[in-house]
Design a protein around this ligand. Sequence first.
Ligand SMILES: [Zn+2]
Length: 322
Amino acid sequence: MTAHIPKAELHCHIEGAVSTALAQAQAEKYDVDISRLIDGDRFLWHDFTSFLAAYDQTAGLFRSEEDYALLAQTYLESIAEEGAIYSEIFVSPDHARNAGLSPDAYLNGLGEGMRRARETCGIEGRIIITCVRHFGSDQAVDVARYAASRPHALVTGFGMGGEERMGSHADFTTAFDIARDAGLGITTHAGELAGAESVRDALEHARPARIGHGVRAIEDPALVAQLADTGIVLEACPGSNVSLSIFDNFASHPFRALRDAGVKITLNSDDPPFFDTTLGKEYAVAQSAFGMSDAELVHTTRTALEAAFVDDETRQALIAKL
Ligand SMILES: [Zn+2]
């Protein structure tokens, strides 16, 4: 059991954190047929492409500021119950716009939900605005400019998600430069669906402080050494990886090997209900499958807090809770 371990997560896509119960309620609210999206308490998808489609359909069930407030509050309260003290959520203004909501209203709603969760559970949170790789570089620059304008006090980072087998980070250098120059923390997805070369590509062109996933760096020992030397933090999501068959099972997941090689690595849920996981389950897997002791799990939380895109005063207050 890891209920007593304080937890922190750096990598969770908010539209991917919708519980099936909340999706059902939203579908009823808007009279949407989701029989091909959900079966019982399971989201229906079978590969990365159909997962992205299911994700988009779920996002489409959230259409107002209050919908997003409810989503953020519900999610943060659910992980606070598992011991989480801090969460960074990935948000995508592109998804909000597709649902007919302005980016400002989207952020205000999410921020309000985070405020409510802090009030009820004490959980702290920040927002990372992400662009979508398969929407192309022009749209990424627009998203970066929006993030750089600091549209909400809780926005502290910029990242990129989406189809990582498409193009290179070289196509997105301008977007990352705009965000970095504005003082936002930088993270980007790599080394998940694509191999170690995609992590090298991300390091060279996005110059991130953290890599989303990055676990396929294990394919290249020199890269593992480079990650350890430079202190780049990996946002590992083991449940997501096994669910998407990046690795066959937890026994073959490189979390432990990367950690033992000196790489700073954290535990995250990615899109929890889609991958039948929660932040608490990720910590439990780390304990049972990776042999992590309580002290090592707390250290993992400390690594996440040290790498969090948060002001130092908040960071120190969070670390003091460990
Ligand atoms: Zn992700």
